[in-house]
Write a protein that binds this ligand. Structure first.
Ligand SMILES: [Zn+2]
Ligand SMILES: [Zn+2]
Length: 307
């Protein structure tokens, strides 16, 4: 866990530093639970009132282990590969994910999961994770009552500041390709890749996020000048389409990619090398360099030899 220590350590007064602070009630963390959600749940169980100042609980201490110990929580209870926590806009991230991969601005959830146990999954905190494979729905990030996005500090509360119940939000159905992509990413997160097809199983979480980011740039109606831009991906309205486009490319592998290559190549207004084709070529050979992505180039070469 040492690689996951917060390098912050800025000095300011936080709840954890006050003498009167105590949390006698210590719920057990659930499998796959977001660390931030777990801490919030523990605080609420002890009578602390939302919104909870997540970033201020651990201001003085260099490590998450020390900070949690101060709260009376044992890190071994939360020692999950999927645990992270935003502290003062910094993240303690697992599996080499970068702060930019994680969503500390806006809460995202599956209403069906929340209705079952009220637990916030760590995977929901990844900007490019957009589906609940269990319930086959897209995740949501807006309140069912006021329609507003819910801020991250409301994690663990189960409600929007307006009082709306997050579990009441309507989620749109996700098709098979989306559900599979969700499973593959979840498997990588939990290091259980035996259910992932062999050509994909070599990728770790960070590889998957890179793949989604770049492949998710391309579609018939989306031909970016600069693929891989991640602006505003904390917003489901942005992340959802990226995730969907990547799922379409991976669908029925390698047919999904071949379908996309057909579309990108057969632009009636272009003659030799359409921009979209040039750019996916660049994405596959430059942005997604590395042997874990060899399967992409093999599929591209297969397409080129057939057409
Ligand atoms: Zn769910
Ligand atoms: Zn609301």
């Amino acid at each position: 866990m040492d690689a996951e220590l917060d390098k912050g350590g800025a000095v300011s007064e936080g709840v954890a530093a006050t003498a009167s602070f105590a949390i006698p009630i210590r719920p057990r963390p659930a499998t796959g639970e977001a660390l931030a959600g777990y801490v919030a749940r523990a605080m609420l169980a002890n009578g602390y009132v939302p919104p909870l100042p997540l970033g201020r609980w651990f201001p003085r201490y260099r490590s998450i282990r020390e900070s949690l110990a101060l709260l009376g929580l044992d890190i071994t209870m939360t020692d999950s590969p999927m645990s992270w926590l935003p502290t003062r806009q910094r993240f303690i991230a697992a599996q080499d994910m970068a702060p930019a991969d994680l969503n500390g601005l806006r809460l995202r959830w599956c209403p069906y999961c929340l209705a079952v146990d009220g637990i916030h999954r760590a995977a929901w905190g990844i900007k490019l994770f957009a589906v609940c494979p269990t319930h086959r729905v897209m995740l949501v990030d807006c309140c069912p009552d006021c329609g507003r996005p819910v801020q991250f500090v409301w994690i663990g509360v189960g409600r929007c500041p307006c009082g709306g119940r997050l579990a009441d939000a309507l989620a749109t159905r996700a098709d098979d390709a989306l559900v599979w992509l969700g499973y593959f990413l979840e498997n990588a997160l939990s290091n259980q890749r035996n259910e992932t097809p062999a050509c994909f199983a070599i990728m770790n979480t960070v590889d998957w996020l890179r793949l989604i980011r770049y492949l998710g740039s391309f579609a018939a109606d989306n031909r970016p000048k600069r693929p891989g831009q991640l602006a505003n991906a904390h917003d489901m309205a942005v992340a959802g389409p990226i995730f969907k486009r990547c799922a379409a490319v991976l669908e029925d592998w390698p047919r999904g990619l071949h379908k996309l290559l057909h579309i990108l190549r057969e632009r009636p207004d272009e003659t030799s090398l359409p921009r979209g084709f040039r750019q996916i070529y660049w994405a596959l050979y430059q942005n997604l360099a590395g042997q874990q992505f060899n399967f992409l180039r093999l599929a591209l070469e297969e397409f080129l030899s057939e057409h």
